[in-house]
Design a protein around this ligand. Structure first.
Ligand SMILES: [Zn+2]
Ligand SMILES: [Zn+2]
Length: 147
């Protein structure tokens, strides 16, 4: 590989047990809370995700990382040792959603919106005044995208 400057480290993170650790070497999107049924099932509650370019996510420890094909179009990365939910990836896209809770504090991130609120759990209310979208949105454009 040709010599090239290593991009600056923006964040580090990992799972509960340390069997998955990563570095993020590029800009992080603000956090979006996903209320869809799949996120609630796998995270145990609403899922908070930032998003980064696939190439900016550097795994420094991946012995625990396992991918679960959660739908026709996406897969979820989790730690097979401690069970932490870490990543969500739409197949074929060059971005990966990173669970905000796995990022080492201070993350410097802010939550900006809620998505899939039409599917939200019935045991809580959304009362923080942030933007809400009934369905999803496209990471790159933030245009509403129905799935
Ligand atoms: Zn783990
Ligand atoms: Zn979701």
């Amino acid at each position: 590989m040709a010599a090239r400057e290593v991009p600056a480290l923006r964040a580090t993170g990992g799972c509960l047990c340390g069997a998955v650790r990563y570095q993020i070497r590029g800009p992080l999107r603000p956090v979006v809370n996903c209320h869809c049924g799949q996120c609630r099932r796998t995270h145990g509650n609403v899922a908070a995700y930032t998003s980064v370019a696939r190439a900016d996510l550097v795994l420094t420890e991946d012995r625990g990382l396992k991918w679960y094909r959660s739908s026709e179009v996406a897969r979820r990365g989790f730690c097979r040792n401690c069970g932490a939910s870490l990543f969500w990836e739409r197949l074929g896209e060059d971005r990966v959603a990173v669970a905000a809770g796995g990022i080492d504090p201070p993350s410097g991130l802010k939550t900006i919106r809620h998505i899939f609120v039409a599917d939200k759990g019935d045991y809580y209310e959304i009362a923080d005044g942030l933007e809400t979208l009934p369905a999803g949105h496209d990471d790159s454009t933030s245009a509403v995208k129905k799935i």
